[in-house]
Design a protein around this ligand. Structure first.
Ligand code: FAD
Length: 393
């Protein structure tokens, strides 16, 4: 059945573009408004896990993920800082299905944008205002354009312009850590394995590396403590020598990789407390606008994809009159689950970086954490979303 809904999504990042694809797949009319002059990405790697890959497959992007991603497998490991192995990394769901990929963010964004019909994405539209009444929602943009929609989805990221229209106070919480991130061409480190996710843990800092773009690039992230509160930015330049110094004396493999780094970005790690509400009538939040989280479970993008499939499944059966209750049903399905992931990411960061007097205790916790990841990866929001949609119809 062709839905009569007309949805405007503000923000053409991973969350907004995936949601647009999922809504299109349900026959919902959707337009995406992105502030940047063109859809594109500056970031480095992003990690896709089974709980989102099953939804990318559902909208027909499974082969593209296989093509552009780099599947990581059972050789994935946690190590102590000196290279002593701690435990395998959970890369499958409980059924043993391995759908865990490193992706270049630019590849993921390009793939999501290319899968949408021409004319769906409107670049150069920076949202500056919002209003709604019981019948309609209106979004206005800095370029003077204003659009009306039955529903507006705020997928405009951690600094969301639209979030204050839903919930007024949401202060970023600084974690005390900064991440240096970037990419190294695999040809510069030809021995580096491209079939695994690897993390080294030391006191107060940790180092992560995984392949992206079919193994052509190695994505690295070095997490280090800092006293300096920085702007919440993904793209501030960092000093490669400072990064190298932070991991000097660690496993020589890290030194080998970092020797090749010429350009690195510093990313100050913030999250926000889980919001008590995501929806106000015809406006709902999605992705980082709703739930910015620390990267210590690698779930920012994955959770935004779960949001998108839940939203699309519920809106498939909604119309203009039922739209506000459909959005409330979407929020009900997602808010507590994502809050658990937000809290889990904080806890995992503490586990990675805390000073343990007995490292054996830390290592046992890292091993045991596989059970949490299996539960995370097993989750499929679609059956519950279908039930919620039927209850509304
Ligand atoms: P975002 O990816 O932030 O996308 C929001 C989009 O909205 C952007 O395209 C932005 O330009 C647009 N926008 C913002 N304001 C407006 C406005 N007023 N009007 C119109 N459009 C607007 N997470 C990780 O776990 N690891 C990483 O390495 C990592 N790197 C990142 C690098 C970058 C450059 C960015 C932007 C995000 C990164 N993230 C990372 C976060 C992760 O990508 C997100 O958690 C996840 O993709 C969900 O994102 P989102 O679509 O909700 O928000």
């Amino acid at each position: 059945m062709q839905s009569r809904l007309n949805v405007a999504i503000v923000g053409g990042g991973i969350g907004g573009l995936f949601a647009a694809n999922a809504l299109k797949a349900q026959g919902v009319r959707v337009a995406v408004y992105e502030q940047a002059p063109a859809i594109g990405e500056i970031g480095a790697g992003v990690f896709l896990t089974p709980n989102s890959v099953r939804h990318l497959q559902r909208i027909g992007l499974g082969p593209e993920v296989e093509k552009w991603g780099a599947r990581v497998g059972k050789e994935s490991r946690y190590f102590r800082h000196d290279g002593a192995p701690i435990a395998p990394v959970q890369v499958t769901d409980s059924s043993g299905w391995n759908a865990t990929f490193g992706m270049h963010r630019a590849d993921l964004v390009a793939m999501l944008a290319a899968h949408l019909p021409a004319g769906t994405v409107h670049a150069g539209h920076r949202c500056t205002g919002f209003e709604q009444d019981s019948d309609i929602a209106r979004v206005s943009f800095a370029n003077g354009v204003s659009v009306e929609a039955d529903i507006v989805i705020a997928a405009d990221g951690i600094h969301s312009e639209l979030r204050p229209y839903v919930f007024a106070s949401s202060q970023p919480v600084f974690s005390g850590s900064v991440a240096y991130r970037g990419l190294v061409a695999h040809e510069r480190v030809a021995d580096w394995p491209v079939d695994r996710w690897q993390m080294w843990l030391g006191q107060g800092r940790h180092f992560l590396a995984f392949p992206v773009r079919a193994g052509q690039l190695i994505n690295y992230v070095g997490f280090v403590p800092t006293d300096e509160e920085m702007k919440e930015s993904w793209s501030a330049p960092g000093d490669p020598d400072v990064l190298r110094a932070a991991f000097a004396g660690w496993d020589p493999r890290i030194g080998q990789l970092l020797k090749e780094v010429q350009l690195t970005f510093r990313w100050a790690l913030y999250d926000r407390e889980p919001l008590p509400v995501w929806t106000r009538q015809r406006l709902s939040l999605l992705g980082d606008a709703a739930h910015p989280m620390l990267p210590h479970l690698g779930q920012g993008a994955n959770q935004s994809i779960e949001d998108g499939i839940a939203l699309a499944t519920i809106l498939a059966r909604a119309d203009r009159a039922t739209a506000p209750s459909a959005l409330t049903a979407y929020e009900r399905l997602r808010r507590e689950r994502v809050a658990q992931v937000q809290r889990g990411a904080r806890e995992n960061g503490l586990r990675y970086d805390s000073a343990y007097s007995d490292l054996g205790v830390r290592d046992a916790e890292i091993s045991a954490h596989a059970a949490f990841r299996r539960r995370l990866y097993d989750h499929d929001v679609v059956p519950d979303a279908q039930a919620a949609a039927e209850a509304l119809a």
